[in-house]
Design a protein around this ligand. Structure first.
Ligand SMILES: [Mg+2]
Length: 365
C-alpha cells in the first residue's frame, strides 16, 4: 500500500445545551448548562478522513495545544504509524503528563484509529482483535442533584422508564443513594460517583454508610485521586467495591493502583489518557490482573464510539456510560442508536459513523 500521510487537522469546538430536569450542577465553579465537545478531523493525503475527540472541558486550551505543537508534529507523518502518538506524547512530556496537551493527543489518536479502519475497510473492533460481543449495555449516568432526594428518586425512575438497567449517581450522601435504591429496587446495579469527595481521614464513615445501599461501586472517594495507598486501606476497611482512573496520569498510574490493591474497577478516559492506544493497553493489562476495565465515557462523540469498540472487544463484559439528560442534539442517534439501554456495535469501517453535519454546524462556537 502506498504510504498515506496526514495532510490536515481541523478542530471543532461545540457547546450543546442540556436539560438535567433539576438545577444545573456546578462544574469548575460554573453551572453546567451545556456539554462542551471538542472534535478533531484528520484528513489524509488520499482523501480519507478520520474523527477524534478530546476531553471537552479542556476546550479553551485545546486549540492552543493543536496550533502550538500537535499539528506541527503530526502533519506529514505516516497515518499508519502506530507509534506516532506515543512519540508525540514523549516529545511533549515537558508540557505536563496529563491535562490539555495529552487531551489533544488523545483526540489525534482516536482519529488515527478511525483512519486505519477505513484504510483497511474494517471496523475498529476488527483492528482490536474482533468484537467479543455485538451489543453493549449502557448505564444512565445521572448528573449531580446535590443530595436532593426528590431529584434523585425521580430521575432514577426516569432512567428505568427509558430502558436503562444500570444507574450511576453523582451524589455523596447515604440518604441520596438510599433514595435511588428505593426507587430502583434491589436488582438494579447502582454506582456512586463522589468525584474525589473526601480526604483519606474523612472517607471511611460516608463510604461505609453508602455501602448499606449495596452500591455496585463507589467511584473516586478520595482526594487526591492518586493516593492509592489510602484508597486500598479504605477498600479493605469498608469492603465496598471501588472504581477509579478517569483522572489517572498515563498507563503507569493504572499499574500502581492495581498493584496497591486500590480498586475493583479501572476507568481510563479515552479522551484524557492518550486515546484508544493507551486505553486498550490499560484494559488488557487490568483484565489480565483480574480487574474489570469499565471506561469513563461522559461524552458523546468519536471518543464514545471508540470506547464502545474497546468494551465490545475486551475480555470482560462491562457497561458503557451515557450522560443522562436531555441533550439538544444526540450524536449518532440514527447511525449508532442507544435503544433500551444498549448499543449495537457497528461493523462498518473505522469507528462506524462520522459526526453529523448538523451537530458540527448548529453547535459550533
Ligand atoms: Mg467519575
Amino acid at each position: 500500500m502506498a504510504s498515506v500521510t496526514i495532510d490536515k487537522i481541523d478542530t471543532f469546538a461545540l457547546r450543546i445545551p442540556l436539560d438535567t430536569w433539576a438545577p444545573p450542577p456546578m462544574f469548575a465553579g460554573k453551572p453546567r448548562t451545556h456539554v462542551e465537545m471538542f472534535l478533531v478531523r484528520v484528513t489524509c493525503s488520499n482523501g480519507i478522513v478520520g474523527w477524534g475527540e478530546c476531553y471537552g472541558s479542556s476546550l479553551p486550551l485545546l486549540n492552543a495545544a493543536f496550533d502550538a505543537w500537535v499539528k506541527h508534529l503530526a502533519i506529514g507523518q505516516d497515518a499508519n504509524d502506530k507509534q506516532l502518538t506515543a512519540r508525540i506524547e514523549r516529545l511533549l512530556h515537558g508540557m505536563g503528563r496529563a491535562g490539555a496537551t495529552v487531551h489533544a493527543i488523545s483526540g489525534l489518536d482516536i482519529a488515527l484509529w478511525d483512519i486505519r479502519g477505513k484504510l483497511e475497510g474494517v471496523s475498529v473492533s476488527t483492528l482490536l482483535g474482533g468484537a467479543k460481543r455485538k451489543r453493549v449495555e449502557t448505564y444512565a449516568s445521572l448528573l449531580q442533584y446535590s443530595g436532593n432526594l426528590d431529584h434523585v428518586a425521580r430521575n432514577t425512575t426516569r432512567a428505568l422508564e427509558r430502558g436503562y438497567k444500570h444507574i450511576k449517581l453523582h451524589e455523596r450522601t447515604a440518604d441520596a443513594v438510599a433514595a435511588s435504591r428505593k426507587a430502583a429496587g434491589p436488582g438494579i446495579p447502582i454506582m456512586v460517583d463522589t468525584n474525589c469527595a473526601w480526604t483519606p481521614a474523612e472517607a471511611e464513615q460516608p463510604v461505609a454508610a453508602i455501602g448499606a445501599s449495596k452500591p455496585h461501586w463507589v467511584e473516586e472517594p478520595i482526594w487526591p485521586p492518586e493516593d492509592f495507598e489510602s484508597l486500598a486501606k479504605l477498600r479493605k476497611a469498608t469492603g465496598v467495591p471501588l472504581a477509579m482512573g478517569e483522572n489517572a496520569t498515563g498507563v503507569l498510574d493504572f499499574r500502581k493502583m492495581i498493584a496497591a490493591g486500590a480498586t475493583d474497577f479501572v476507568q481510563p478516559s479515552i479522551v484524557k489518557i492518550g486515546g484508544l492506544t493507551n486505553l486498550w493497553q490499560v484494559a488488557t493489562e487490568a483484565e489480565k490482573a483480574g480487574i474489570n476495565c469499565t471506561p469513563h465515557a461522559f461524552f458523546f462523540g468519536p471518543g464514545y464510539l471508540a470506547t464502545l469498540h474497546a468494551i465490545a472487544c475486551k475480555e470482560k463484559t462491562s457497561v458503557l456510560e451515557r450522560l443522562f439528560a436531555d441533550v439538544a442534539f444526540v450524536a449518532y442517534s440514527k447511525t449508532v442508536p442507544d435503544t433500551g439501554g444498549g448499543v449495537d456495535v457497528p461493523d462498518r469501517p473505522g469507528l462506524g459513523a462520522d459526526p453529523e453535519t448538523e451537530l458540527l454546524e448548529r453547535f459550533k462556537i
